[in-house]
Design a protein around this ligand. Structure first.
Ligand code: HPA
Length: 282
């Protein structure tokens, strides 16, 4: 899909109406679950599961470990719109396609989004299985999701990114993680296009420019969410040490396996954190 911004406004509106016709819930909070992290949405109450392929104009993922459902449901009395899996730039989708679900959330009335992803750990204190609350990002994907004519109804031509990741939400996430005894840090995410993992020299470069974790997603969605004025929190699950740190190759199946392994405490964190995030949107 390479829709013009005006088309995006009306297409996202059309999809938002479609979703509203399937569930009476009206979420203000959205959740994007990355590689191997989708299981959390299976536990939502009063849930309606919409496979991406059943939603008009929705991008469909081909990546292994991505279930490809939009789940509308509740945790307690908090309504959530949760994506199980996302599409990636490396699959060949235009960035406008990758970020289209965020536009749909915007038209649905969503005011804040929690994005999660699997990432390689660069910082010396990180180890597989730990969580990193993103404080900032470095976009090395070679493009920007907002390139093209601006749709003013979504947001301004030159959106500010000074506090892309809400300070208030970062504080809440870190406090909740620590309270639960989870290995949780704060750090900077470098987004690369992929799909090949980085070389050791690229990781040395990323460390030098201030990155703590590296991955192939999230940043375009953050830019689009901020463009629509949404509050943003993002959490990386460190699934592996970045290339060259350990004397072994990075294997995608192992990346997914770590996601599965931390599933329990990741779900516990989300369950207690999401109602707090929702409360701050009121
Ligand atoms: N690099 C890029 N993306 C990733 C990695 C990595 O090491 N691990 C999980 N996603």
């Amino acid at each position: 899909m390479n829709a013009s911004p005006t088309d995006q406004w009306s297409l996202a509106g059309e999809v938002s109406n479609f979703i509203s016709s399937k569930s009476p819930l009206r979420p203000r909070l959205a959740l994007v679950l990355g590689s191997g992290l989708g299981a959390f949405a299976d536990d939502l109450d009063e849930r309606v599961v919409l496979p991406y392929s059943s939603i008009p104009h929705f991008p469909v993922s081909s990546a292994v470990g991505h279930a490809g459902n939009l789940v509308i449901g509740r945790i307690g009395d908090v309504a959530i719109a949760a994506m199980q899996g996302r599409v990636h730039y490396y699959e060949g989708h235009a960035m406008s396609h990758v970020t289209f679900p965020i536009r749909v959330f915007c038209r649905l009335g969503v005011k804040g989004v929690l994005l999660t992803n699997a990432a390689g750990g660069i910082g010396p204190q990180l180890q597989p299985g730990c969580l990193v609350v993103l404080s900032d990002h470095i976009n090395l994907q070679g493009t920007n999701a907002l390139i093209g004519a601006n749709e003013d109804r979504f947001g301004p031509r030159f959106p500010d990114m000074t506090e892309a990741y809400s300070k208030e939400w970062r504080k809440l996430a870190l406090a909740e993680g620590k309270r639960q005894g989870i290995n949780i840090y704060e750090g900077v995410y470098a987004a690369v296009p992929g799909p090949s993992y980085e070389t050791p020299a690229e990781i040395r470069f990323l460390r030098t420019i201030g990155a703590d974790v590296v991955g192939m997603s999230t940043v375009a969605e953050v830019v689009v969410a901020r463009h629509c004025g949404m509050k943003v929190l993002a959490i990386s699950v460190v699934t592996n040490m970045a290339a060259g740190i350990l004397d072994k190759p990075i294997i995608h199946e192992e990346v997914l396996e770590i996601g599965q392994r931390i599933r329990g405490h990741f779900s516990t964190l989300l369950k207690s954190l999401l109602p707090k995030l929702d409360a701050s949107l009121r």
